[in-house]
Design a protein around this ligand. Sequence first.
Ligand SMILES: [Ca+2]
Ligand SMILES: [Ca+2]
Length: 124
Amino acid sequence: MRKAIKSKIAQGMLALGCASGLVLAAGAPAMAIPGPPWHAYEGSDYAVVLAGKRYVGVCDMERDGNGVYGQFWLHGGTDWSPRISDPNGSAGGCGNHTFPADVRYFKICEKDAGEPTCRTEFVD
Ligand SMILES: [Ca+2]
Ligand SMILES: [Ca+2]
């Protein structure tokens, strides 16, 4: 009898562990912060989509000599946008652009060693 209760508790704890694991998985990617504004970070460098979903910025925030660019996938689009870069690198201010349609998802890329390192985030 005692043993049965103990194993029931163990099962309950296991179920609880699984449930919280699922919640964590559903919340991935770990860095995602709900918008607006929506951000995609690569280190401190980021791309941002503002509330109207059409005005975007790309900001190089690291004085590391690596250029950054953002690319944006629009609603009804069939490919990534041209690259939007931060024209003055890590000096103040960001590159920006206004698209004719809402952004669906987007990425920030850093031109570091080898292939650029990119992170994608979703608007919706
Ligand atoms: Ca950088
Ligand atoms: Ca800049």
